[in-house]
Design a protein around this ligand. Sequence first.
Ligand code: SF4
Length: 322
Amino acid sequence: MNKDVPVLRVQDLTKHFPAGRGKVVHAVDNVSFQIPRGKTFGLVGESGCGKSTCARTIIRIYEPTGGKVYLGHDDISILSQKELLPHRQRMQMIFQDPYASLNARMTVHDIIAEPLRAHGVFASRQEESERVNDMLAQVGLNREHASRYAHEFSGGQRQRVGIARALIIHPELVICDEPISALDVSIQAQIVNMLRKFQQEQALTYLFIAHDLSMVRYVSDEVGVMYLGQLVETCAADEIYATPLHPYTQGLLAAIPIPDPKVAREKRAAGLEGDLPSPIDPPSGCRFHTRCPHATERCKAEVPSLKDVGAGHCVACHLIND
Ligand code: SF4
């Protein structure tokens, strides 16, 4: 693939679900971003803000309501499920809950080999076994684990199996949907380091989803902050921590737990107030206006567009854009 063509380009992606009585859930609205080869885009926001729906719409678990998804040069949003099949091995997903996402009735060998079989990669079982055993070793497990079942493993080991299954087919794009949120803190760093090692070795491209900014800090090149189905800020990962501009991003950062109680108290005062509104009939104008300490009448009436305020730092906020 041409190195200048992003591995993933998402353009105005929209996903609505019918909610009965003519109402619509605005799960994802006009989301656009791209990820160059070998890079990580961290997608961040509170639970229910549409991150996972966005990911599932990208890989066509959900059909998009509107917008485009390009995998390299290919617009995969217009393909039928049958036409999509040859592209499926190019994008794989690692899920949040490694227990729920692994079939309890299959051995670890069969779970990891499943993508190889689905795409007819090897003709012989021996080649398949060699590849599975090699993959087990790469994720820090061994061939004795192959004949066991997922419930015999710890959460961290199960996530290693999930990573092996996702990477065995050499995808270009890996969507990591909160892959460490369900794991003990002591295990999280091991899994993140493993994902980074694979990325460096294979120039993998990651879409890394997390509900708090601290989790994406060490893995992302660029970060997108999502609020109620829309991107409200995107920029280089370092910059989002050094110069967060959108009031929602500032609130998310203030909500990150910090060990010093005095600093924590001061930060909490600047944190987010209230709950995420319903994505059915979301607030008018800026969707964040019901929680924003700086909201004006204009914010209630006019939708702010995502504008570049310099060096690729994009923000959707009247306060900043003016
Ligand atoms: Fe707050 Fe208005 Fe900016 Fe929205 S547009 S984040 S309500 S100041």
